[in-house]
Design a binder for this molecule. Structure first.
Ligand code: AVI
Length: 321
């Protein structure tokens, strides 16, 4: 019985940790960075000047809210559906503008975490009380297809923060195809894509001297310790970042600084690390118009407009089906 309960995976996190740490080269998925501590560290990252993505998208929304909102508008109003809204700081720029210009819309943020949605609802109600907000708890595509099934009004689906960059191209195409499948011909997708730029700028965004990104990366080991009764000594791992300007891929690793063995008791696993062996933890893909056009074509979408910041570091593209 003991073995059965220990080896029966209690979650996809348990299964993926087993798979990723018992193969070569080792890997873990960045989707598991985001527990309570990881969410807080990501907020800290977004406030770092070197993490330019946030400021650039902020600038785009602030300076081009007029044009952006005009492309969302429709005679019988629209639903603004946001996938992964977080604290909604950037979204509120658009929400304020839509309210000020008397646009008819309902805001539907989708998130897996009820906690995140509750916080967002409170702050939107406090700051922009005229917004009709209907938080939707669940996975993106379950909620998207549900919303699509009961509402025929125009949908504007919004994904900010270059979140797509954490997916490999085939996964990104799947993600976009799933969105496309939930769209009707009048719907639009508004999505952020961080652009290729000076490699040093990109490298600095993921390798800050204050160590916040390192702590964010290492949080996945703390999480395994906390949730799977493991004994990773995180001081024996080094955050390592590389950026390949040819592919536009920034990659994060945790590198074992010595030979060590880690016990993950809930998985009945003992993991050996050779000195300087790596765990690949995250990709943060950077794009250009050609790559985004190719992704769009592969997923059955068409780019209808794009918005960029003054440094051309970042772009928000508007797609239709
Ligand atoms: C959420 N995602 C788009 C961030 C990024 O830029 O890849 C996560 C992150 N990783 C390190 N810093 C920020």
């Amino acid at each position: 019985m003991k073995t059965e309960t220990k080896t029966a995976y209690t979650s996809s996190f348990h299964r993926e940790v087993t798979e990723g740490l018992t193969t070569f080269p080792k890997y873990l998925s960045s989707k598991y960075f985001y527990d309570k501590a990881g969410d807080k560290l990501f907020q800290d990252i977004m406030a770092m000047p070197s993490y330019y993505l946030t400021d650039c998208e902020f600038e785009i929304l602030e300076t081009q809210k007029e044009n952006i909102s005009q492309s969302f508008a429709s005679d019988d109003g629209f639903d603004l559906i946001e996938l992964g809204a977080g604290d909604g700081k950037k979204t509120k720029i658009l929400l304020k503008h839509l309210i000020e210009t008397e646009c008819d819309f309902v805001y539907l943020p989708i998130d897996i975490s009820q906690n995140v949605l509750d916080g967002l609802e409170r702050s939107v109600n406090d700051e922009i009380p005229r917004v009709t907000i209907k938080p939707q708890q669940g996975t993106y595509f379950e909620v998207l297809s549900e919303v699509a099934s009961y509402n025929s009004r125009k949908k504007v689906i919004m994904v900010l923060g270059s979140n797509i960059g954490n997916l490999l191209h085939p996964q990104a195409i799947d993600f976009l195809r799933n969105i496309k499948d939930a769209m009707s011909n009048k719907d639009m997708l508004f999505m952020g894509f961080d652009q290729k730029k000076n490699p040093q700028t990109i490298f600095d965004a993921y390798n800050d001297e204050t160590g916040i990104t390192a702590a964010f990366n290492k949080n996945i080991l703390h999480r395994i310790n906390r949730e799977m009764d493991a004994d990773f000594n995180v001081d024996h791992f080094k955050h390592w970042e590389v950026y390949d300007p040819e592919t536009g891929t920034a990659k994060s690793f945790l590198v074992s600084t010595q030979a060590q063995t880690v016990a993950i008791n809930d998985l009945d696993l003992s993991i050996n690390f050779a000195p300087w062996e790596s765990i690949h933890t995250e990709i943060s893909q950077k794009y250009d118009d050609d790559i985004v056009s190719w992704l769009a074509e592969e997923s059955g979408l068409e780019i209808v407009n794009q918005f960029t910041d003054s440094k051309k570091y970042y772009k928000n593209y508007l797609f239709k089906k």
